[in-house]
Ligand binder design. Structure first.
Ligand code: FEO
Length: 388
């Protein structure tokens, strides 16, 4: 299927509804789209290929869009295999096609494919232009959004930014599907560590008259959807919470820590705060990472385990640290029937994160919450409300 953008720009990507894990780690119950675009002008440019899981379907989409024409250029914005995985197939099909990338693109291409494309490449740098006729692509480097070789391109005649992974979303490319939750889960887990680099790209984008953004995953963004996406990216890349509220993330072995965490969640709600509670042992951890960034407050409640913290919580903390989690108020609750160790393990991880306000009291439960614990929870809920 190909959907029309500007009359000369066609979308030829594919939807993958059967993928178990994106990048072998992220659950995608709503699937994921691998987007690819074609500009039909005096010259024909294909903008990115797609994951090899869908090469045949994509080539068929492309044939339909090309309507007998032959691509002059393949622009490679990003070398990750979900976009570059069909380059060899296209290069074989169109031996006269020139591959357009930057100085970092082609060594990666050779490393991934084991092939030498010498004599078929055009190397571009910041600000270089590629004229196709009425349409001209200007290239901007976007290193680490999400790999070092990433670049974006802006087509001025249509006001279209081809944004690589930027502004992508898990799920389909349907522009009517809700954007924010799956875009947040995508951004904070995949690009979240690189806020500074995303800010640099947003600064470049601010100087362009952008009417449409064409990412490599999810829907084309225009109008209000584009404004919303820019607003969210501005917050996410600066590690600023979207909402005054609290994620209560709990990791419980037999249910007592969970019950205490849910009681604390109710006490936080009683303080007038928006609260979301997540069972880290059962819910998608990538959603928990996104939730932690979404709110201004975070409560971690965990059982002790093997002289440390129960692994589902250890996993969340590992992810938060690697994604640059910072600048939030944090409440802590541990459980341990003998020699509780979760608090010490959680604090050790949190120490490596910037700008956290660790609230008092830090609560220790011994097997099941007592009335004394409940009084402490009330105090912690008040402290959280005061801190946000
Ligand atoms: Fe969608 Fe970084 O690849």
């Amino acid at each position: 299927m190909s959907a029309k953008l500007d009359p000369a720009i066609l979308s030829v990507g594919c939807f993958d509804g059967d993928l178990d894990l994106f990048e072998s780690q992220y659950a995608v119950p709503g699937g994921v789209s691998y987007n690819s675009y074609v500009i039909l002008d005096e010259k024909v440019a294909v903008l990115d290929t797609i994951d090899p899981r869908k090469t045949e379907e994509w080539l068929s989409n492309l044939d339909q869009a090309l309507a007998g024409r032959t691509p002059d250029y393949l622009v490679v914005h990003h070398m990750e295999p979900d976009h570059a995985g069909s380059i060899s197939a296209l290069a074989e099909k169109y031996p006269g096609m020139t591959l357009v990338g930057n100085a970092k693109t082609f060594p990666m291409l050779s490393a991934f494919t084991g092939r030498d494309f010498e004599g078929r490449t055009l190397t571009v740098k910041e600000g270089d232009q590629l004229s196709l006729g009425a349409h001209t692509l200007t290239f901007y480097m976007a290193p680490m959004v999400h790999w070092p070789e990433v670049m974006v391109s802006f087509e001025a005649a249509s006001g279209t930014l081809f944004s690589a992974d930027g502004f992508g979303r898990f799920g389909s490319a349907d522009p009517d599907a809700p954007w924010t939750d799956e875009a947040r889960r995508y951004y904070l887990n995949i690009v979240g560590k690189y806020g500074v680099q995303v800010q640099a790209l947003l600064k470049k984008a601010a100087g362009l008259d952008i009417k449409a953004v064409c990412p490599l995953h999810g829907p084309v963004l225009t109008g209000d959807a584009l404004a919303l996406a820019l607003e969210k990216y501005s917050l996410w890349s600066r590690y600023i919470p979207e909402e005054k509220g609290v994620l209560v993330a709990y990791a419980s072995i037999h249910g007592n820590t969970a019950r205490a965490a849910l009681e604390l969640a109710d006490l936080l709600r009683a303080q007038g705060l928006a609260v979301e509670a997540m069972d880290l042992a059962r819910e998608d951890w990538a959603r928990a990472v996104a939730g932690a960034f979404r709110y201004s407050g975070l409560v971690l409640a965990a059982s002790s385990y093997d002289a440390g913290v129960f692994p589902p919580m250890a996993m969340l903390l590992l992810r938060l640290k690697s994604k640059g989690f910072r600048n939030r108020a944090v409440g802590l609750m541990e459980n341990g029937s003998w020699g509780p160790t979760a608090m010490k393990a959680m604090l050790a991880e949190l120490e490596a994160m910037k700008g956290l306000n660790i609230l008092e009291p830090k609560i220790t439960i011994r097997s099941a919450a007592t009335d004394e614990n409940r009084a402490q929870m009330k105090e912690l809920a008040q402290a959280m409300a005061g801190a946000l």
